[in-house]
Ligand binder design. Structure first.
Ligand code: CAA
Length: 282
């Protein structure tokens, strides 16, 4: 069995970023997606990301081409059967993820299944898997090549050996792991997304313009970007669904989603990915 290969399920923004950092750390990557076109797009993005590192002298041309040869794209889940760890980064839909976890856990009895979910319960994903003790959360942050945190989330069923293994993998990728219990929003999103929601309330109430709200937090609290620009980066639909998970999970009115955020999602203003969110993108 090839112990070096890591599977990545889902070739969207997060899957691409995770695959890129695995490749630069020297790993073989099997990148799965249902859509061939998405896999092609992802390979192009990974190539762009690696080229950016070459331009900055952070990677040699040889390392870039060697990294790309270690990328295998596939539309067959069976191709991941010999992976040591599979990191799932599929869309945030519980039924889809549960089906994936059922199918992936049947592939190989030793595989560790790590989900990059930003808000769903790891304990529920573990419960549908054949080996729940080998299910864990590995929550990366966007842009993955830049942000050095991985939240390692422990489901009720996760074994110590599984946690040790994924903490070591995070370290191999140059990331710092923090240990988090399975709780709605984990730690980062429970802090970050209510801040974004509150920024939307500020805008809705006319307290300040979107530009001034962002400027205020950038200059007044030394954040790299303001909360509304950050919402545009994350996706307004993702922010809204995280607020809903917090509201459902805690039943506390302090987590009510801002009506403006809901209206913008209804209008299809989802942030950078749709060209318009709190700010306009070309
Ligand atoms: N991929 C790779 N590298 C990238 C990148 C990307 N998408 N975007 C920026 N970079 C690199 C740049 O090349 C640059 O590298 P060097 O320092 O080596 O030159 C560095 O990051 C800084 O980039 P820029 O100078 O272009 O721009 P910036 O200084 O404004 O930084 C940013 C951009 C990295 C996005 C920064 O604003 C930032 O960190 N913002 C906060 C992002 C954040 O909070 N993300 C978490 C979202 S929450 C989440 O992801 C979890 C969830 O579940 C929703």
């Amino acid at each position: 069995m090839d112990k070096q290969a890591i599977g990545v399920v889902g070739a969207g923004t997060m899957g691409q970023g995770i695959a890129q950092v695995l490749l630069t750390s020297g790993r073989q990557v099997k990148l799965y997606d249902v859509a061939e076109t998405q896999l092609e797009r992802a390979e192009g993005k990974i190539d762009q990301g690696l080229s950016r590192l070459v331009e900055k002298d952070k990677l040699s041309e040889e390392e870039r081409s060697s990294a790309l040869t270690r990328l295998d794209k596939t539309t067959s889940l069976e191709a991941l059967s010999e992976c040591e760890v599979i990191i799932e980064a599929a869309p945030e839909q519980s039924e889809l993820k549960e089906k994936l976890f059922r199918d992936l856990s049947a592939l190989n009895q030793d595989v560790i299944l790590a989900s990059n979910t930003s808000s769903l319960s790891l304990t529920r994903l573990a419960a549908v898997s054949e080996h729940p003790e080998r299910v864990v959360g590995m929550h990366f942050f966007n842009p993955v090549p830049v942000l050095n945190l991985v939240e390692v989330i422990r489901a009720e069923q996760t074994s110590d050996a599984t946690v040790v293994k994924v903490e070591a993998l995070a370290g191999e990728l140059g990331k710092t792991a923090v240990a988090i219990a399975d709780s709605p929003g984990f730690a980062v999103n429970r802090l970050l997304v209510p801040m974004i929601n509150e920024a939307a309330f500020l805008l809705q109430e006319g307290v300040a313009s979107a530009e001034d709200i962002d400027q205020a937090i950038k200059l007044g609290a030394a954040h790299p970007m303001g909360p509304l620009a950050l919402a545009d980066l994350i996706g307004l639909d993702v922010c809204l669904s995280i607020m809903e998970v917090l509201q459902d999970g805690f039943g506390d009115p302090k987590y009510r989603p801002c009506p403006l955020l809901k209206r913008m999602v209804d209008a299809g203003y989802l942030g950078r990915k749709s060209g318009r969110g709190f700010h306009i993108y070309e």
